[in-house]
Design a binder for this molecule. Structure first.
Ligand SMILES: Nc1ncnc2c1ncn2[C@@H]1O[C@H](COP(=O)(O)OP(=O)(O)O)[C@@H](O)[C@H]1O
Ligand SMILES: [Mg+2]
Length: 225
């Protein structure tokens, strides 16, 4: 039997800006199976980031439900939400979001803080994560001494150190040259295959959709395919 990891039903989301109402998500219905690699593609402003934020509990829908791993996150309280995010969800960002004064390995370990794990266990996990995305040899570098592609690989190591069931990536290649961008997507693909992590990757770039098992196309707040 297929296992549903995320189910959005009748999701609406509006923003109000200086008297204008922006309908960012209009009746979004979407089912994502465990282990799928989904690419969400569409032009700038079509609602991709809003959808990702709603699916990951960073933002609440005005209407509709978002079930993540069997739980309605649109109705979970703040404590429960932060637990779900800590345990089940990983994030990769367009601008990497690394902390400048931490080394690569410290940036990865920091995702687990505060933790009951022993120092050695944290280090072993960080090393395994850095190795999985092929950037272990840069573990003692600070972000300023890494290339863009290497920074994003550190960002991916940080996103998997807690072994999340779902990984969300919002324009992960947006700040990279084409070769580094391809490398990042190939690594996400490898993590999806090796770890079974459900991948949800947002891009405006239609040349990248080939990496997905399935493409969800958006336009003006709606899923159009
Ligand atoms: N916090 C906000 N306040 C007002 N409008 C917003 C906010 N966030 C997003 N929007 C608007 O909602 C629409 C969808 O935005 P977004 O989800 O960021 O699109 P995308 O990620 O596809 O570029 C856009 O018109 C954007 O301007
Ligand atoms: Mg966006």
């Amino acid at each position: 039997m297929k296992e549903i990891m995320i189910k959005c039903e009748g999701v609406h989301k509006e923003f109000r800006l200086r008297g204008n109402i922006i309908r960012a998500l209009i009746n979004v219905n979407l089912e994502i199976e465990a282990g799928e690699f989904i690419m969400i593609q569409g032009p700038t402003g079509c609602g991709k980031t809003t959808l990702l934020n709603v699916m990951s509990g960073l933002d609440l829908p005005d209407e509709g439900s978002v079930i993540l791993d069997g739980e309605d996150i649109a109705r979970a309280n703040e404590d429960r939400l932060s637990n779900i995010r800590r345990q089940k969800i990983g994030f990769v960002f367009q601008d990497f979001n690394l902390v400048d004064n931490l080394t690569a390995i410290e940036n990865v370990e920091a995702l687990l803080w505060p933790t009951v794990l022993r120092t050695k266990e944290i280090e072993d996990r960080a090393i395994a994560a850095l190795r999985a995305v092929d950037v272990l040899e840069r573990k003692d570098h600070y972000p300023s001494d890494l290339s863009g592609g290497e920074r994003q690989r550190v960002g991916m190591a940080r996103a998997i150190i807690h072994q999340p069931r779902v990984l969300f990536a919002d324009e992960p290649t947006g700040n990279l040259d084409p070769a580094s961008g391809t490398n990042v997507l190939e690594l996400l693909k490898k993590l999806n295959r090796d770890l079974g992590t459900t991948m949800i990757v947002v891009t405006h770039d239609s040349s990248l959709v080939k990496y997905g098992d399935r493409v969800v196309k958006m336009d003006r707040g709606r899923i159009v395919r």
